[in-house]
Design a protein around this ligand. Sequence first.
Ligand code: HEM
Ligand code: NAG
Ligand code: NAG
Ligand code: NAG
Ligand code: NAG
Ligand code: NAG
Length: 331
Amino acid sequence: MGAGIRILAALLALLAAAGGGGMMRCAAQQLSATYYDTICPGVEKIVRDAVTLKVQQTPVAVGATVRLFFHDCFVQGCDASVIIVSSGNNTSEKDNPANKSLAGDGFDTVIQAKAAVDAVPQCANQVSCADILTMATRDVIALAGGPEYPVELGRLDGLSSTSASVDGNLPPPSFNLDQLTAIFAANNLSQADMVALSAAHTVGFAHCGTFADRIQPAAADPTMDPGYGSQLLAACPPGVDVNVAVDLDPETPKVFDNQYFINLQKGMGLLGSDQVLYADVRSRPLVDNWAANNTDFLAAFAAAMTNLGRVGVKTDPALGNIRRDCAVLNG
Ligand code: HEM
Ligand SMILES: *[C@@H]1O[C@H](CO)[C@@H](O)[C@H](O)[C@H]1NC(C)=O
Ligand SMILES: *[C@@H]1O[C@H](CO)[C@@H](O)[C@H](O)[C@H]1NC(C)=O
Ligand SMILES: *[C@@H]1O[C@H](CO)[C@@H](O)[C@H](O)[C@H]1NC(C)=O
Ligand SMILES: *[C@@H]1O[C@H](CO)[C@@H](O)[C@H](O)[C@H]1NC(C)=O
Ligand SMILES: CC(=O)N[C@H]1CO[C@H](CO)[C@@H](O)[C@@H]1O
């Protein structure tokens, strides 16, 4: 039945190509919300159920999964290359220093969802790890109270993963507005997309070292609220264990909402790259808008996530495949 539909779909595509010249090539390279409708009809529910179970067991999987998606898309596109483990002397993306702090539960969320998908005979080895990460990211956000946006699907998994490819492609927390805007523009994302996506920091954690320079008693960042600075210094005194981490959103750390922007208005952004969105008058109006209207924020965030999910995607079988094990390149 499924195979029959797939053959019919292929025939229709061929007919469309015969009639439309270059049209098939163009259509085949587009992501689509219905991509798996005949290939693996239940895929969104299968992934959602696996992700729900994972988040119930391990709530930190929410932030971990969202950050994993961002780091995947910004390095060689959304192709699950960030999930590949290093092999022998060949270091993969996830072992680059910029990614060392990616939490293991993001990877495990994808592995669990992939196992659930592959357990359904029709779906086995039919759904890419890149698409599973995209669906899982949408699902953890919805589970935390965020928007439940439709995802575009049809990405293939990348064929390579190198530590060197990470260098220069991820923004450090020391970036100013122009630097942030530029690195997002390099990924076809607007400044408004950048501001909306930064609000992913409404969930999850950051290690003391990522904001230590802002809370030095003798040279505290003047854009930070002094009371918040004191709290952070108490949690992160000089010489504290490098594994200590604090909530990125001190007010509603587990809820996916616009509290991030309200915090910025109060000088309670944790990272320099967070607070600069309010400190710089050019992006402040967006912060004020979304601080005032959660509905508008959630809509803007969903649209920006869709744009992020398009970055560098591979749909040409010469450039990607469906990985059997998300953590290992197909042999
Ligand atoms: C705008 C530039 C950005 C910078 C400079 C930045 C930087 C950081 C840093 C330094 C951390 C803390 C990592 C740690 O100490 O473990 C972090 C965490 C996080 N980031 Fe970003 N980030 C940016 C944008 C984004 C975007 C666009 C997303 C997703 C759409 C995102 C999602 C997250 C999440 C969810 C966490 C928490 C991770 C966890 O709890 O495991 N970030 N980010
Ligand atoms: C890396 O490992 C491969 C085998 O996995 C080996 O052939 C090669 O010589 C090694 N290269 C270096 C620089 O160690
Ligand atoms: C190993 O090296 C090759 C390039 O020589 C690269 O294409 C591949 O993705 C690398 N990474 C891993 C983890 O094997
Ligand atoms: C938020 O903005 C929408 C229009 O985008 C409007 O309909 C709604 O009333 C606003 N909500 C608040 C609380 O201002
Ligand atoms: C940005 O968009 C252009 C035009 O659609 C496309 O050619 C390019 O590959 C995109 N870049 C990324 C990083 O997605
Ligand atoms: C961009 C970024 O987060 N860089 C950090 C990567 O992790 C090392 C420690 O492993 C930090 O020193 C970097 O600041």
